[in-house]
Design a protein around this ligand. Structure first.
Ligand SMILES: CC(C)(COP(=O)(O)OP(=O)(O)OC[C@H]1O[C@@H](n2cnc3c(N)ncnc32)[C@H](O)[C@@H]1OP(=O)(O)O)[C@@H](O)C(=O)NCCC(=O)NCCS
Length: 186
């Protein structure tokens, strides 16, 4: 089980469907970022949850539900999963808009990166973000992830970031992310 100062992490269960939809994906600000139609239906949320449960079952790791410790509210998810049609493992996160701008995505992702590199022993973790998703890109910058290129992913152009375990360990050892070259970042 993972934890951070403000967040408790737990595995998703099938019974989370309504809670997940009402708490996160029904929110217009979340849907407009994640869906080309600007809307996520309960069936979309069901598919998202199904894929999360299946990933844990097949690979032994995946995305965690995030509970805000102060009130036990479900405030989002953060975790690791294989990118569709790619061999890489992706860092993924979403936070409820009421909790944006408090550093929660960064806090959760730092724990997940440590889990990925030091417990799961992954050699590299990647991330993709829509070119207009500046909040997500900022989170990736704060984590020390390095912009590498644009790729076409699920029908859209996205920014692709990566961090290797050795880069991660170097950052941990020096307490800095300044060793990451950002000169080619879009
Ligand atoms: C992306 C997301 C997870 C960020 O969550 P969060 O908890 O607010 O993130 P943090 O507070 O850790 O960091 C956000 C950073 O982005 C910055 N930011 C927010 N909006 C921004 C914008 N429009 N342009 C530039 N920076 C922005 C914040 O100021 C903050 O940086 P700072 O700490 O240097 O001030 C959240 O906005 C979200 O869930 N969005 C919808 C789903 C999504 O986009 N998921 C990721 C898919 S790739």
């Amino acid at each position: 089980m993972l934890s951070s100062p403000r967040l408790a992490f737990r595995r998703f269960v099938p019974a989370d469907l309504d809670l997940l939809h009402q708490s996160i994906y029904r929110h217009p600000k979340v849907a407009e970022t994640l869906s080309p139609t600007g809307e996520l239906t309960i069936r979309n949320t069901e598919y998202i949850l199904y894929r999360r449960l299946k990933h844990w079952y097949e690979h032994g790791f995946g995305a965690w539900a995030l509970l805000y410790r102060d009130n036990q509210a479900l405030v989002g998810h953060c975790g690791l999963h294989y990118l569709d049609d790619y061999p890489e493992v992706e860092l993924t996160y979403t936070i409820h808009p009421d909790y944006w701008g408090q550093g929660l995505a960064t806090e959760a992702a730092q724990v997940v990166l440590h889990w990925g590199f030091e417990t799961l022993q992954l050699s590299q973790i990647v991330a993709v973000s829509g070119p207009d998703n500046h909040a997500s890109q900022r989170v990736l910058q704060k984590l020390g992830m390095q912009y590498e290129k644009q790729i076409r992913y699920n029908g859209t152009e996205v920014n692709y970031y990566a961090l290797t375990r050795s880069q991660y360990r170097q950052m941990q050892a020096t307490g800095t992310i300044d060793s990451i070259d950002r000169s080619n970042e879009k």
